[in-house]
Design a binder for this molecule. Sequence first.
Ligand SMILES: C[S@@+](CC[C@H](N)C(=O)[O-])C[C@H]1O[C@@H](n2cnc3c(N)ncnc32)[C@H](O)[C@@H]1O
Length: 296
Amino acid sequence: MKYNAVSSKKTEFVFEKLVNYIAEYKKTPKIKPVFKTNDFALYNDDCLIVLARFPDNYVDMIFADPPYLLSNNGFTCQNGKRVSVNKGNWDSSKGFDEDLNFHDLWIKECKRVLKPEGTIWISGTYHSIYKCGFLLQKNNFHILNDISWFKPNAAPNLSCRFFTASHETVLWARKDKKAKHYFDYSSMKNGDFPEDSIKKPSLQMRSVWSIPTLSKDEKIFGKHPTQKPLALLKRIIKSSTKENDIILDPFNGGGTTGIASKIIGNRKYIGCDLDKQYIDLTIKRYENIAVRSKLK
Ligand SMILES: C[S@@+](CC[C@H](N)C(=O)[O-])C[C@H]1O[C@@H](n2cnc3c(N)ncnc32)[C@H](O)[C@@H]1O
């Protein structure tokens, strides 16, 4: 399938065509979404398997929050208590070279499926972000920004032997060095960001964003161990996508990227996750938003 510029009228058709293309792809086994609406498709599978069935140059924006690969039996502090850092098998490191190879494989696939002017966001801490940044450059992406997401309510450091970790990095890069990417400059400059004590009204959005970790509202259906706040994803989606764009998250988790695109509206979302419980959490969150928007 070749890349064609898509008019807004055709978006519905294009989204359906993409989901059918993935399902009908010649490679076996055939893959169907476990959840599908007119703007949302969820795959309960390895993203490398799903991505291999995507056509080239099709997706407008990717947000990827890959495993940080730090579940190494350490401890951290949560609500004042000492708890294990282990999130699950999906987050255990297989050693430097294998971890680097894993990131290389999914970053290469993301590059293939993005449109030339499409952009990718990758979030991480120092455990993974330098590897991902290196691989973005190795795979000829053009880095646009490295956002520092400052967490004003980060948990304290229990050992008192290090600085308290209170930020994550979110890289933003364009597929093609020469293409022109989309940036909603005006809504970033003039929008309302009540959660952010750094952003000043009507001044340019800077690359340090102050956004608290999850609010209670975001956990009403349970939570994913590394769930991102909706305010972070809403800002990312608003700044870098237009109406009718197709957004992909290869590491869906609790579905924050999809839920933020549904709240903003008029976007199509595709998410993949290995773990069924996180897909189920995403469906509950999606249905809640869908019901609320019908009631408005
Ligand atoms: C860091 S979490 C993403 C959290 C998500 N951003 C959120 O806000 O909830 C990474 C997720 O990737 C999933 N995962 C790990 N390896 C995967 C793979 N190869 N393919 C698809 N999902 C994978 C894990 O099950 C986990 O839910």
